[in-house]
Write a protein that binds this ligand. Structure first.
Ligand code: SF4
Ligand code: SF4
Length: 194
């Protein structure tokens, strides 16, 4: 039985490394060719398409209410205290039933870094970060949301993470509503060929 010499073994190793690198080269070139003949993946937002974010997405803050439309907030100020950017202002008062409620509840989204600490700190799960992200404006003042605005904010989406056909509304700023779901996965859409 012939035992390969050290030189033969080194030659073999080099040959295999060469083949492995060549295979990688072919793989890379085939991917390039695939994208060359694919449709552009630029999302037609906001005119035709819209990305509907995942449930875990941290969008605009909101305040949850009970079944009577009363805010769940007890004005404890924990969210304001834990906020690293000092962007929450809470001024509490006691209502006629003796419940603590927020008289002032402002969130300055221009300062917010969307860390979600306020959401985690709230003992009554009142403040939350929803799926709404279309609130760009030219005015810093308009980026401060007050209590009533926060109570009207849309909640979290249960089954996000897809692209939908979209319709743009400009009557009251720019609002884009998602209509028909196009695809389950953004990553599948990247490879769309038609
Ligand atoms: S998400 Fe973070 S930075 Fe923004 S308001 Fe909440 S705690 Fe403050
Ligand atoms: S939103 Fe929650 S944490 Fe913030 S003041 Fe109200 S009850 Fe307290």
């Amino acid at each position: 039985m012939n035992i390969p010499s050290a030189m033969d073994r080194a030659d073999n190793r080099q040959r295999w490394i060469g083949w492995a690198l060549f295979a990688d080269l072919i793989k890379g070139l085939s991917l390039t060719l695939k994208y060359m003949f694919s449709r552009s993946v630029t999302m037609q937002y906001p005119d035709k398409e819209k990305w509907v974010p995942y449930e875990r997405f941290k969008g605009h803050h909101l305040l949850r209410s009970d079944e009577n439309g009363e805010t769940l907030c007890v004005g404890c100020e924990l969210c304001a205290k834990i906020c690293p950017c000092y962007c929450i202002t809470v001024v509490a008062y006691e209502d006629e039933k003796g419940n603590r409620r927020p008289k002032v509840f402002d969130v300055d989204t221009a300062r917010c870094l969307f860390c979600g600490l306020c959401e985690d700190a709230c003992p009554v799960e009142c403040i939350a970060m929803g799926s709404f992200f279309e609130y760009s404006t030219y005015s810093m003042q308009e980026l401060v949301a007050d209590r009533d605005q926060l109570m009207q904010m849309p909640g979290k989406i249960d089954d996000g993470g897809y692209i939908a056909d979209a319709k743009m509304h400009t009557a009251d700023g720019v609002r884009v509503t998602a209509t028909k779901k196009q695809d389950e996965s953004w990553w599948d859409n990247i490879h769309r060929n038609n």
